[in-house]
Ligand binder design. Structure first.
Ligand code: ADP
Length: 162
């Protein structure tokens, strides 16, 4: 049984994240999606909100569990018995970041492997931060996130303007 951890801030979950989760869930016996609890980083949604949205987005996948964690990702991977960490790659800058992190993680936890999935063509330009910018400027993001995420994003940005 291969257990994989897919960590991320998911602020909020996008169709790009969902695509990676579906593909990883097909490949591994169990996929744990770990939502970072990062009190020091300014995010639009709370950890609980990000985890709830992810749960809703992946609810039809029986071998997927959504959790949240803080601290080192490799430490969390060891705690939950994960064999590998899943990440997504969209462009060369993602590769550089993941490569650097993977080398450090290998030193910290030699038993944990990194498996990177190439983005699907439709989602190459999709990132939570870009979608937040587009939504903030009144652009339509409905094709890139589930409808409940689009609604939550619009509501949150309206609240932010008040
Ligand atoms: P982080 O703060 O860890 O980068 P993100 O929520 O931005 O968290 O992304 C989580 C993971 O999902 C990262 O590996 C990122 O590269 C990947 N990812 C994000 N968007 C996409 C996408 N559109 N296609 C493929 N992978 C993606």
């Amino acid at each position: 049984m291969t257990v994989a951890l897919y960590p991320g801030s998911f602020d909020p979950v996008t169709n790009g994240h969902i695509d990676i989760a579906h593909r990883a869930a097909r490949l591994f016996s169990k996929l744990i999606v770990g939502v970072y609890d990062l009190p020091q980083k300014k995010l639009l949604f709370s950890t609980a909100e990000r985890a709830d949205m992810m749960k809703k987005a992946l609810k039809e996948l029986p071998n997927v569990e959504v959790t949240s964690y803080s601290g080192l990702t490799v430490t969390y991977a060891q705690q939950i018995g994960a064999h590998l960490i899943v990440r997504g790659l969209r462009m060369s800058s993602d590769f550089e970041r993941e490569f650097e992190m993977a080398l450090m993680n290998k030193k910290l936890a030699p038993g944990i492997e990194l498996v990177c999935f190439m983005t699907s063509l439709d989602y190459q330009f999709v990132s939570s931060s870009l979608l937040k910018e587009v939504a903030e400027s009144g652009g339509c993001i409905d094709n890139y996130v589930p409808s409940f995420v689009a609604r939550a994003l619009k509501e949150r940005l309206l609240l932010k303007c008040d």
